[in-house]
Design a protein around this ligand. Structure first.
Ligand code: PLP
Length: 387
């Protein structure tokens, strides 16, 4: 077997690079999850994690991937046949719709061109049309990881309020939490869906539901079947720092460490760091003469940049060249964007020199794969970073 010297560049938009501090925290003996030492860990995490969601409400932690948190958000709040309003912002929004359909919910879908976020005016109009209040929840993916477009959650909240509609507001922050400004309580979000493997800088394996009082009230009448995902069991056990079934103990050690790191840096600084890296990346893309997929400057994602390939060039072939030549993984195009875009992840544990290396790998890869482009993308990004 061949051996690649140096560090692999994991520049997909999640899972992200896990910092050494988090890896070391995970690398400890597993303890009795029903013993007193665990209760201390559980209580610290369940209290501190709320700061990351900007909520005073409970945050439920499942041993699961993000898709589990999607399912949990629906089965705990809704009943068979309920209508939900969803915006098809990209591939992940489509997958969430599929879960809703499989659960027996009726999804009313507002389309987009996959280059724009959820449109607050369209959401308002759909809710105004629903004078009988048959729509029970509005489900939005905050940061569409498949497109690099971030929907404007605060403005969507205002749209729901203008329509004076009582639907729950359920938001997927899987690739925005701890990377892009997100304010659960201020924006009146009822359920926040999240995962461990992106801004939280952990390996995959933890999924989250943060739940408002209104969501908890809805859960008392929700009739979709649930067992593993039941909020009741979780919240009852969480009161004393425990879980109703075996938690992912070692990932929770990692979570304690990542929360400490994020709070030490300060959430606003974390957001600013991501914003700056996204700006530098877009400057590089423009200098290469390539196009960013996101078409609305107010909706550029800070956690990833999706880049359109020139006509006649396959993005996956380019990604394969970059992996082979420079040991760097870039994100693939998903769903209808397969082969048409590549995605540069710049979220999680990441700094200026890592971004410089990432963009250097892209620029060298474009040359090696003979993709038509101008040189100077890295230089444009470095100028921005040096300011
Ligand atoms: N939602 C978004 C925005 C995502 O980016 C992802 C995965 O990347 C998911 C949901 C699904 O999460 P998972 O693959 O962890 O189940």
């Amino acid at each position: 077997m061949s051996h690649a010297s140096g560090r692999h560049f994991l520049q997909i938009p999640g899972p992200t690079n896990v910092p050494d501090r988090v890896l070391r925290a995970i690398n400890r003996p597993t303890i009795d999850h029903r013993g007193p030492e665990f209760a201390v860990l559980g209580r610290e995490i369940l209290s501190e994690i709320r700061t990351i969601f900007k909520t005073a409400h409970p945050v439920i932690v499942y041993p699961a991937s993000g898709s589990g948190a999607w399912e949990a958000s629906l089965v705990n709040t809704l009943s068979p046949g309920d209508r939900v309003l969803m915006c098809e912002t990209g591939h992940f929004a489509v997958l969430w719709q599929q879960i809703a359909a499989r659960l027996g919910l009726e999804a009313e879908v507002l389309p987009t061109d996959w280059r724009h976020g959820a449109d607050p005016d369209a959401v308002e109009a759909a809710l105004r049309d629903d004078s009988a209040h048959a729509i029970k929840a509005v489900c939005i993916v905050h940061n569409e990881t498949s497109t690099g477009v971030a929907s404007r959650i605060g403005e969507l909240r205002q749209a729901i309020d203008r329509a004076q509609h009582p639907a729950l507001f359920i938001v997927d922050t899987i690739s925005s939490l701890a990377s892009i400004d997100y304010r659960m309580d201020e924006w009146g979000v009822d359920v926040t869906v999240a995962g461990s493997q992106k801004g939280l800088m952990l390996p995959p394996g933890l999924a989250f539901n943060a739940v408002s009082d209104k969501a908890l009230a809805a859960s008392r009448n929700a009739r979709l079947p649930k067992s593993y995902w039941s909020w009741d069991d979780m919240l009852a056990a969480n009161k004393s720092g425990f879980f109703p079934y075996t938690p992912a103990t070692n990932l929770l050690y990692g979570l304690r460490e990542s929360i400490r790191m994020l709070l030490a840096e300060g959430l606003e600084r974390v957001f600013a760091r991501h914003r700056r890296h996204a700006e530098a990346t877009r400057l590089a893309v423009a200098a290469w003469g390539l196009e960013v997929l996101c078409a609305n400057p107010d909706e550029h994602s800070s956690s990833l940049t999706a880049v359109l390939m020139p006509e006649g060039h396959d993005a996956d072939r380019f990604r394969a060249v970059v992996l082979e030549a420079f040991d760097m993984s870039l994100g693939t195009g998903l769903g209808r964007l397969a082969g048409k875009i590549f995605r540069i992840g710049h979220l999680g544990s990441f700094n200026d020199l890592m971004l410089a290396g990432t963009l250097a790998g892209v620029e060298m890869g474009l040359a090696r794969a003979k993709v038509p482009h101008e040189r100077g993308g890295v230089a444009a990004a470095l100028d921005h970073l040096a300011k």
